[in-house]
Design a protein around this ligand. Structure first.
Ligand code: TRP
Ligand code: ZN
Length: 877
């Protein structure tokens, strides 16, 4: 462990900056070995600061070498400044001055992918959250907003494209014959939104005319070999721009909007002002190389980053504790965009199942935190499912409470009030309250309280009085540093379904209706519905109106009823999941008791009705056919027994496949798409149903199915079908598995993103010598540990490989720990994320828990980066 343990910073300690930087002028002299950065910062004391004599303290990094510093062109001698803990400290300054700093950095040696670094042949940047300090000394905090002018100097033959934020204002030659380009961004922004790109890039040009009639130039840049894969991203961008005008009244502000794809990127993408930088996996798409899922991801990420121009850039965060202010809101916005573009129920099911699987697990573990954390050691660790996904759910609840129009009034006021400011989550809620004249003070506990609330629901029907009452109890479990919890304001959307599978109307609060949002705001409450004609089945938490766990003791009959009769599509899916969970849990118990697994019939019965119903949306059917994932069943388990969960899922799939073999064959054959590939809702739905049916059909053991899946692999003209077939072949270890996995690599070895799919599938393949396989993959010439996408592919595959990862001898965990130790200093953000499975150790069955804990303790012996230190120490606390 490091000599000095990294320490936490606290929201309660926030103070305004002592200095402000009105203008920032940067010059980058880019070079393969040494890059020189010169900054001219127009600094003045902040009149709002309580400390009017404090020294100027600028953030820097161990990788930034100071060459010289001057105040108003007076070069400071050694004794007039100091460098302490990577910070540049100048004790005596005028109240207003120009600070000039010359620094040297080595982007080619930057493996952390924060600040300025190289990816393939280009230079690029990633400054959120605290990357800018690895470029030059600065007040690297989001409440310091400045007007940036950036000059890039480089050799034009290698870097013909040189980009930064805003508009290009000048271009020419330097005395040494290099080219310079100057960019000016007229909007003030924090340093985390700064971006620079230089490289030999191709461009796709387009334009968008805004609602006020301004033409905006749109450009997407990639390396030459990828420029044929950006049409879909461009189309998604234009649709996003239109949607933000229509739904939020938000128009784009600059005259140019650029996106650049880079191969080496720690996250998905980054919303730098006017110059978004994307992980190529979130931008490139072509039918032959990209699955439907990946198409939808490209569309969602393009929208997300674009939407940040308002929710994040025009109105930004005061400090990083407020991260969910921009991320939760922007995720909510991109979710709604995708829902409007495709099917809203399908989108909601996908988002909710992701949340319930991943965010609920985070909220139940050692890293649990509120959407506005009270403290952190390393902010990079807080780009979490909680901040993003739960944050979006909290915004969605506000939307549910205020309604579409009220929410729009609130967002209009928020943007109007805070345009150009760095603000807090409180400011967001305040605008929502003020625009609607409502009190959200209890609701705001969602911002400060961690953990997933559990609602326990019981009911009573009084036939005589024709009343139906629901009693709802809420309880939020303790989380680290929050032993006790307060009652939350939880919107619970409810409808009633009759025994004849029809919506039952009722009167509530004096009004006749068939759906109502209950305001659960106490520990226990009873709600009475009147004029209820018959004993109903309650359809609770429709559309997942709050991010909570719901306990109501549904009988199998009731679940089957909701599955076919609930007018709320989301809850039809929910009921089918609950039914599958119940059957899986029964099988898990049998497996653990050493019993033979029995035939489970109820889900099969539900599936049969589903497959026979020709009126249903194929996308919906495909969703319902999806068994609860290994990860979701793990989240639900008291103690996670990966082998038992795997066995139960496999068994249930085979049972269903065998029982409904003819039905699955029929569905498979009747859902082929004959038109040319399109990432349209309709085609995606058909392919997903077809491929879901194929999986069951092959599970039945049918020779005809096996022939069909191999045929589909060889015949496919799009990656969705090709990859679905290959996954199925590998999963069931058909005799063609080796041959076709090799063929797949041969065919796609020059397409990096497809190679990643091959890496993932190969790593996930359950084989006797699983770990050897994975080690071999990491030695493969197409693997590169410096590339986060490749690493995520292999380690992600390992995580899915139950036999290998959860091997009782602990070898899977030890291997993961080795990779974490290897990456700890090279790329701390990625290393820290790799720790996630180990943080769940207390949830595992004892034999596995002990092994995981042992590996965490081994990691803790190392000299750790702040990132890994925080996750490991909190996991062992
Ligand atoms: N703001 C980015 C997004 O949501 C997140 C991001 C991109 C990021 N790259 C990062 C966060 C690197 C931390 C580190 O859309
Ligand atoms: Zn974001």
């Amino acid at each position: 462990m490091a000599e000095q343990k990294p320490s936490a910073i606290y929201l309660k300690d926030y103070t305004v900056p002592n200095f402000l930087i009105d203008k920032t002028e940067l010059t980058f002299d880019l070079d393969e070995t040494q890059t020189i950065v010169t900054s001219r910062l127009h600094v003045r004391r902040n009149p709002d600061s309580l400390e009017q004599t404090s020294p100027l303290v600028l953030d820097g990094g161990e990788d930034v070498k100071l060459i010289g510093v001057a105040i108003d062109d007076y070069a400071l001698p050694q004794e007039e400044f100091a460098i302490k803990d990577d910070k540049l400290v100048i004790t005596a300054t005028p109240n207003e001055f120009v600070l000039t700093c010359e620094t040297m950095i080595e982007p080619q040696n930057n493996t952390k992918l924060e600040g300025l670094y190289r990816s393939s042949s280009m230079f690029c940047t990633q400054c959120e959250a605290e990357g800018f300090r690895h470029i030059t000394y600065y007040l690297d905090r989001p409440d310091v907003m400045s007007i940036f002018t950036t000059t890039i100097i480089a050799d034009e033959s290698r870097y013909p494209v040189m980009l930064s934020n805003g508009n290009e204002i000048e271009r020419g030659k330097t005395d040494e014959g290099k080219t310079f380009v100057t960019w000016h961004d007229p909007f003030k922004k924090p340093a985390y939104l700064f971006a620079l790109v230089a490289g030999n890039l191709e461009v796709l040009n387009d334009t968008f005319t805004t609602m006020s009639g301004r033409d905006v130039k749109l450009q997407i840049f990639t390396e030459k070999h990828n420029i044929d894969k950006v049409d879909f991203a461009m189309d998604s961008l234009k649709r996003s721009m239109k949607w933000d005008e229509e739904v939020y009244g938000r128009e784009y502000d600059l005259d140019i909007f650029m996106i650049v794809a880079v191969d080496d990127f720690n996250m998905g993408a980054m919303e730098n002002k006017g110059l978004n930088i994307f992980n190529s996996s979130c931008l490139l798409a072509s039918p032959e190389t990209t699955t439907d899922d990946a198409y939808l991801r490209v569309e969602a990420v393009v929208a997300h980053e674009y939407f940040h121009n308002w929710s994040g850039n025009r109105v930004t965060c005061r400090d990083w504790f407020q991260l969910s202010l921009k991320e939760g809101f922007t995720v909510f916005r991109d979710q709604c965009f995708s829902a409007d573009t495709h099917s809203d129920v399908v989108k909601r099911v996908e988002d909710v199942s992701f949340l319930k699987t991943t965010q609920f697990a985070e909220d139940a573990g050692p890293m649990a935190h509120p959407i506005r954390p009270a403290s952190f050691i390393e902010i990079s660790n807080f780009y979490t499912l909680t901040i993003y996904e739960k944050g979006a759910e909290v915004v969605r609840m506000i939307h549910t409470l205020l309604g579409e129009e009220g929410f729009r009034k609130g967002s209009d006021l928020y943007f109007e009030r805070h345009d150009g400011q760095a603000v807090t989550c409180d400011d967001f809620v305040q605008a929502m309250e003020d625009a609607n004249g409502v009190d959200l003070s209890q609701f705001k506990r969602w911002y400060s309280q961690a953990g997933t609330p559990r609602l326990t629901v019981s009911d009573h029907y009084d036939e005589q009085a024709q009343t139906y009452s629901l009693t709802i109890r809420q309880e939020t479990p303790p989380t680290p540093n929050q032993p006790t919890k307060l009652a939350l304001h939880i919107p619970v959307k409810v409808g009633l379904v009759s025994n004849a599978n029809e919506a039952l109307s009722f009167s509530f609060a004096g009004q006749t209706q068939d759906e109502v949002v209950l305001h659960v705001n106490d520990v226990e409450q009873t709600f009475v519905f009147e004029h209820v004609a018959s004993k109903p089945v309650p359809s609770l938490l429709r559309g997942f109106s709050a991010p909570v766990k719901l306990d109501y003791d549904y009988s199998t009959e009731q679940l089957l009823q909701l599955m076919s009769g609930d007018p709320d599509g989301f809850n039809r899916w929910s009921a089918s999941q609950q039914l599958a969970v119940n059957e899986l849990n029964a099988l898990i118990k049998q497996y653990q008791n050493g019993q033979t697994l029995t035939e489970q019939t109820h889900l099969v019965e539900g599936f049969k009705a589903l497959l026979a119903d020709k009126t249903l949306d194929p996308a919906m059917v495909a969703l319902i056919l999806g068994l609860p994932s290994q990860a979701y069943m793990s989240e639900l388990a008291e103690k996670i027994d990966p082998q038992a969960i795997k066995a139960a899922r496999e068994h249930l799939r085979v049972v269903a496949g065998k029982a409904l073999q003819a039905e699955f064959k029929h569905v498979y054959e009747s859902n082929t798409v004959s038109e040319a590939y399109q990432a349209s809702a309709e085609q995606i739905a058909k392919r997903s149903l077809k491929n879901a049916a194929l999986m069951y059909w092959v599970a039945s053991g049918s020779d005809e199915a096996k022939a069909a899946v191999v045929h589909q692999y060889r015949d496919a003209d799009n990656m969705t079908d090709q990859y679905a077939a290959l996954s199925c072949i590998v999963h069931f270890e058909l005799s063609e598995a080796d041959e076709l996995l090799n063929a797949f690599f041969e065919q796609w070895q020059h397409e990096a993103l497809v190679v990643n799919k091959w890496l993932m599938l190969s790593a996930a393949r359950e084989q006797e010598n699983g770990l050897e396989q994975i080690k071999a993959l990491m030695q493969h010439p197409n693997f590169d540990i410096k590339n986060p996408n490749k690493l995520r592919a292999v380690i992600g595959g390992l995580g899915q490989n139950v036999d290998t990862f959860h091997n009782l001898d602990g070898s899977g965990y030890a291997f993961l720990a080795d990779q974490i130790i290897l990456l700890n200093k090279r790329n701390p953000q990625i290393a820290s994320r790799l720790c996630t499975p180990l943080t769940r150790w207390q949830r595992m069955v004892p034999a596995l828990a002990e092994k995981m804990k042992g590996e965490l303790e081994r990691i803790a012996q190392e000299d750790l980066s702040k990132d890994v230190y925080e996750v490991v120490s909190k996991s062992l606390a």
